[in-house]
Design a binder for this molecule. Structure first.
Ligand SMILES: *Cc1c(COP(=O)(O)O)cnc(C)c1O
Length: 370
C-alpha cells in the first residue's frame, strides 16, 4: 500500500524520544555492551529508514527479521552492520553476503543446504542461534553448534556472534529466565571458543535483567518508549513514547433521534447528536474491533460509534466542532492521553501488535527538536 500524504491522517514520530530512551537504557546496563537497534517490521511502525538513519551513529548496528528489510536499509544508504534475526532461504545467502548482512545460523540442516548451493562462504559473517528454551529457531545441543562452527570455518565464513532469546524476561517469576540463562552459559562452555559478540537481551531483559547483558543487547520496543511486559511489570525508569497517531475531522453533521450510522446500522442516535467522520479505517490498521473505543478531541474523549469501515471512522461529539479540528487516536491531546496499551487492551492484544498493524497508508512525519 502506498502512503496517502494528502489525507490529514498521520503518524508523528519524535526521534529525540528514541535517542533519549537509548541513552537511558545504556546508562542502566551494568556492563557496556554494544547496542543493536531492532528495526524490523518498519521499526515497529515508526518507519525503518528514518529511524535507522537517525540512529546510525548512536548504535553499533541494526537487527531486522528478514533479508528484504535489510535491503531496504542498504538501498537507503545505511552502511552500519545489520543482523538478520530470522532464518533466510539457503539460496539467498549469497545476496545477504553481497549486501554485507550478518546472518543467523539456526541449524545444521539449514547450513548443509546452504553449502550445497555455496560451498565457499568466505566473507559471510554469521551469528549462531541457540534455543535455550524459547522453542522457536535455534540449536539446542552443543554438539550441533560445534559441528556448525567447524563447517562454517572450513567454508571460509566468520563466526562473529552467538545468541539466544528469552521467553519470559518480562515476567516477575524468574524461574524460566534463569533456566534459559544457565542452559545458554553451559552451552557456551562446551564450545572451542567464544565468538566475539554474545547477546541474549531483548528490551525486557535489558530493562529487568540488567546484569545479564553479555557483550551486546538487541533493543526493540523499549527504544520506542513502550513497556514490553503487557502490564506484568512496571518500567524500572521512565521512557518517552515516540509515536502518536493523529487525524482531523473531515465531516460533521447533526443526526436526529433514530438515525443510524455505518454498515449494519449498528448505531442509532438516541437524540439530536453531532456525528463526525475521521479519514482512517481498518485498512490503516485502525481495526474494526475498535468500535466502542474512543478518540480525543479538544482534550475530551469521544466515543467511536457505528462500525469502523475500511477508510472511515465515525465518532460522537459533545457539540459541533469545525472541519479540520485535530483528533488524536494515540497520544496526547490537551490534558488527555490515549496510550498504545489502552488500544491494545481494548483489542485484547499487546502494544507490539497495535504498532505493527499501522499500515503503510499512513504517512510518517518526524520531529527532532535537538
Ligand atoms: C524482535 C526481537 C528482538 C527485540 O524485541 P523487543 O522485545 O522489541 O526488544 C530481539 N531479539 C529477537 C531475536 C527478536 O526477534
Amino acid at each position: 500500500m502506498i502512503p496517502s500524504p494528502h489525507r490529514p491522517t498521520r503518524i508523528r514520530v519524535d526521534l529525540e524520544a528514541i535517542s533519549s530512551n537509548l541513552r537511558q537504557i545504556k546508562n542502566h546496563l551494568s556492563t557496556h555492551p554494544k547496542v543493536y537497534a531492532v528495526v524490523k517490521a518498519n521499526a515497529y511502525g515508526h518507519g525503518a529508514v528514518a529511524v535507522a538513519q537517525f540512529l546510525k551513529d548512536q548504535v553499533d548496528g541494526f537487527c531486522v527479521s528478514n533479508l528484504d528489510e535489510a535491503l531496504e536499509l542498504r538501498k537507503a544508504g545505511i552502511l552500519a552492520p545489520i543482523l538478520l534475526l530470522g532464518v533466510i532461504c539457503p539460496e539467498d545467502v549469497s545476496l545477504a553476503r553481497e549486501n554485507n548482512c550478518r546472518i543467523t545460523v539456526a541449524s545444521l540442516a539449514w547450513l548443509q543446504e546452504v553449502l550445497t548451493h555455496y560451498p565457499n562462504l568466505s566473507g559471510l559473517v554469521c551469528h549462531l542461534k541457540v534455543d535455550s528454551g524459547m522453542g522457536r529457531i535455534g540449536m539446542r545441543e552443543a554438539r550441533e553448534v560445534n559441528q556448525v562452527m567447524s563447517l562454517l570455518e572450513q567454508s571460509g565464513a566468520v563466526v562473529e556472534g552467538i545468541f539466544t532469546h528469552f521467553a519470559t524476561a518480562d515476567e516477575a517469576d524468574k524461574t524460566q529466565y534463569n533456566q534459559q540463562l544457565s542452559c545458554f552459559e553451559n552451552l557456551l562452555h562446551q564450545l572451542p571458543y567464544r565468538p566475539l559478540v554474545v547477546h541474549t537481551s531483548n528490551s525486557a531483559a535489558s530493562l529487568w535483567h540488567q546484569e545479564t547483558a553479555f557483550t551486546a543487547v538487541r533493543l526493540g520496543l523499549a527504544l520506542y518508549g513502550l513497556n514490553p511486559s503487557n502490564g506484568n511489570l512496571s518500567l524500572p525508569y521512565p521512557l518517552s513514547v515516540a509515536l502518536s497517531l493523529e487525524t482531523k475531522l473531515v465531516h460533521v453533521k447533526q443526526l436526529h433521534q433514530n438515525d443510524t450510522v455505518g454498515y449494519g446500522a449498528s448505531y442509532q442516535a438516541t437524540a439530536d447528536e453531532w456525528i463526525a467522520t475521521l479519514p482512517i479505517g481498518y485498512a490503516d490498521g485502525w481495526l474494526r474491533a475498535l468500535q466502542g473505543f474512543q478518540v480525543l478531541l479538544d482534550g475530551q474523549a469521544c466515543p467511536i460509534v457505528g462500525r469502523i469501515s475500511m477508510d472511515q471512522t465515525t465518532i460522537r461529539l459533545p457539540r459541533a466542532y469545525p472541519l479540520g479540528q485535530q483528533v488524536t487516536l494515540i497520544g496526547k491531546n490537551g490534558d488527555s492521553l490515549i496510550t498504545t496499551e489502552q488500544v491494545a487492551n481494548y483489542l485484547g492484544t499487546i502494544n507490539y501488535e497495535v504498532l505493527c498493524l499501522l499500515s503503510d497508508r499512513i504517512p510518517r512525519y518526524y520531529v527532532c527538536h535537538r
